[in-house]
Design a protein around this ligand. Structure first.
Ligand SMILES: Cc1cc2nc3c(=O)[nH]c(=O)nc-3n(C[C@H](O)[C@H](O)[C@H](O)COP(=O)(O)OP(=O)(O)OC[C@H]3O[C@@H](n4cnc5c(N)ncnc54)[C@H](O)[C@@H]3O)c2cc1C
Length: 288
């Protein structure tokens, strides 16, 4: 727990926990729509992963360099971002092409700074906000990012590569070292997705295994318990009412809709262009 807290530091300045807790506007955190995926969270995941995870390494070389290229290529291909963010990702991809399998801290931050002029990404969480400092935020947004990417690639024979790129990203860059080991062990069977099992279901199952393991742990935000997802409240159809096991056919449909581009909310982006192109209206979870 101490490791996890240290590695996922709170976005707001550290003070005594009691003081911090008072400062979090819990009602505000709980006011966001849990049936949506917020683009603000996805962009925050990009920002944090580029600046604080990859950006924490002194040198990025060999396998880590390959994993960074793989991660950015995958984002470039499947991230359902705004035009500016996609231009930004193209620029990162091109910058890496000219490097010879090795980057030091300065070079990587120069690349990031140059790309900042295209789009100033920020770390602003919405759906992944926490009611307690140090919880949720980046790891929450990273899960959502990977679910969205897998959703975009699902059905194509490349979705396996997305899962592979995710595994490699976690191995090389995820700051929580014990999570890296857990995830490597949990995904040794990754090749099963080549045998017909759909990628989104694979990731859903694995994520639920992590939820089960962490249920009741100190990393759990009491207002966002680590339950088997989607909960019965979110999607009644996803559960067999008699056995209270998942109805996988319905879960597949739910995942497809939940992580689709049409369920992305561009609200709270502080970007006039995006604000004016809002086309969504809130829906209840069960309408998904
Ligand atoms: C690959 C990976 C491995 C991790 N391993 C560890 C670990 O070993 N130990 C540790 O302490 N922490 C680990 N973490 C962090 C941990 O899983 C949580 O991300 C973190 O505690 C924040 O939890 P959360 O309540 O915001 O929900 P998260 O589990 O982060 O989920 C984020 C959002 O995804 C959606 N969601 C939840 N479950 C599913 C599902 N099954 N399928 C699809 N969508 C879902 C929900 O909308 C939820 O709010 C790991 C994170 C990642 C990305």
């Amino acid at each position: 727990m101490a490791t996890v807290k240290k590695l996922f530091p709170p976005a707001i300045p550290q003070q005594s926990v009691a003081e911090d807790v008072q400062k979090v506007d819990i009602a505000n955190v709980l006011s966001y729509d849990r049936s949506k995926v917020y683009m603000s969270d996805l962009e925050a995941a990009l920002f944090h992963s580029f600046h604080k995870e990859v950006g924490a390494l002194k040198v990025i070389e060999e396998g880590d360099f390959d994993h960074l290229v793989e991660y950015i290529n995958m984002l470039h291909k499947y991230f359902p971002g705004t035009e500016k963010v996609m231009t930004y990702l193209t620029s990162l991809k091109q910058s890496l092409r000219s490097k010879r399998k090795k980057l030091n801290w300065n070079q990587w931050h120069q690349i990031l700074n140059a790309s900042k002029e295209i789009v100033p990404l920020r770390e602003k969480y919405i759906g992944c906000l926490s009611t307690q400092p140090g919880l949720r935020e980046f790891p929450c947004a990273l899960w959502q990012l990977f679910h969205v990417l897998v959703g975009q690639a699902n059905g194509s024979n490349q979705c396996f590569q997305v899962l592979q790129a995710m595994r490699n990203y976690i191995t090389s860059f995820f700051a929580c070292v014990e999570c890296r080991t857990h995830w490597q062990d949990a995904t040794t069977d990754l090749s099963v997705v080549n045998n017909g099992e759909l990628c989104s279901l694979y990731l859903w199952r694995k994520h639920n295994e992590v939820n089960r393991r962490l249920n009741g742990s100190p990393t759990e935000d009491p207002y966002f318990p680590k339950e088997q997802w989607p909960t019965h409240h979110m999607c009644k159809r996803c559960w067999n009412e008699t056995t209270m096991n998942f109805n996988v056919t319905e879960v597949k449909k739910f995942l497809h809709l939940f992580y689709s581009s049409s369920n992305l909310s561009f609200e709270y982006m502080d970007d006039e262009e995006n604000k004016t192109s809002l086309h969504w209206s809130p829906r209840k979870c069960d309408e998904l």
